[in-house]
Design a binder for this molecule. Sequence first.
Ligand code: F6P
Length: 545
Amino acid sequence: MTQTLRLSDFPSWRELQALAAQMQGTSITTLFSKDAQRATEFTASAAGLTLDYSKHLLCRDSRAALLRLAEQAQLPQRAGQLLAGAPLNNTESRPALHTLLRARSAPAGLEAEFSAVEDTRQRMRLWCDRITSGQMQGYSGKAIRDVVNIGIGGSDLGPRLVTGALAACHGPVRCHYVANVDPADLHYTLQGLDPDATLFILCSKSFRTEETLANGVAARDWLLAAGAPEEDLHRHFLAITTNLEAAAAFGVPADNCLPLWDWVGGRYSLWSAVGLSTAIAVGWEHFSALLAGAEEMDSHFSSASCAHNLPMLMSLLEIWYCNFFGAGNQAVLPYDQGLARLPDFLQQLTMESNGKRITRDGEPLDYDSAPVLWGSAGTMGQHSFHQLLHQGTRLCPADFILPLTTPLADAARHRMLVANGLAQSRALMIGRTEDEARASLLGRGLDAAEANRLAPHLAMPGNRPSSVITMDAVTPHSLGALLALYEHRTFCSGQLWGINSFDQWGVELGKEIGADILNRLQNPDSRKNMDAATERLLAQWFAAQ
Ligand code: F6P
């Protein structure tokens, strides 16, 4: 078996270190003034999305060196392997075949899997049409009007994001999302819902996730308390899972279950039956358009050269800042209210996938892997954390996501939104010198002493990098392409770091300890000694009961 190469093993590693050191002393505005073509030459488009990466600490030479790194790491071949179903998830001996979920035809050798996907898509469509047309009825014959998706992590974040982002496409059935085992989540979601007109989708790849199962039991109790006869509960539950036996044991009949497969990672599962709540919210045609947008990005990813390949370019930028400039974080700033949950979705996608410290072969990394991803919808962030982006001591590369139109009638306010997004990206780049700040203060009528005193506080260093990703509008198609873009960027970065992006062993220990502690809370006499801090907190909990 070939040994996994680490990022630091590639011939470009040292060259990139030297180039990054040179770039530290360069300003992005100088790069623009030296290169009249920069704005167009550092822009790439695919599947209705345009990536403007001109406002980065990147010149043509450093870009060429990054592209050589992509070739050395064989990113184009790796993209082919991903889509062809190679067993890239080496700790679980599986492929990661989320791209098959939006494929229009079967890649060679994957005919059986594709046919299972198509069958499930058909069944999903039937459920979707049945529910949106009002044919699906609750225990006393009312049409289903509200759907509550109960799931967490990948069984929640993707559908929740897309359903929220496509509000303009919503049909007659309202979809809600419950993830947290905090009883408040389900309780307040159910307030005002009519039990007889409510359908629950238990969404769990494993059907072992304690939050989801506990909320499922509480949902069943809510129906029973409202008078639903036990024998009619099947009218109120669907399940999406690989674990059909566990769903049956919960009481969901086989006909009400849609399958998943172990070759779909939870955080990549939006495109499967996990997306059923979204399909119900927006209708089957729009859900199909979401898949088509993702599929168009897949085919771009697997066919475009590295220099024009959006996921590869974005991954190279991630590596550039993370490994050569020491940036430990990345901001994602959607200038679209519907995309407010995009950072949440991307946190699981990137940090669960690439938050790893060893190579695929178990060797320690001698460089950083995934940065902390964070962000929120513009313009709210401007009145909160943008201060740090502009004048803080840390480097925070940012992705601005900027739809150019709104489906709503208010063009004037949308213009303000766009102006704000563009202004923030430009302000990060150009900053303001102390002299400019002083001149502005004098222009406002301050005396010289006061202007001198305040000028350092108003000065902004600038030279802070950002990308701007634009699309004509947030549509099912462009949203599918955007999410697939980030999926593939995540994959490329994982490949460059030499890690397995498709497992998540790091979440297990907390679950095991959680089970031990729950046992202690339920049986105070069961003695499993914990550390002194946990023991003190346990005592405090018992005292509060
Ligand atoms: O705990 C992490 C995790 O396993 C995620 O990877 C996954 O998306 C989430 O839990 C939910 O898992 P499931 O869909 O099996 O309930």
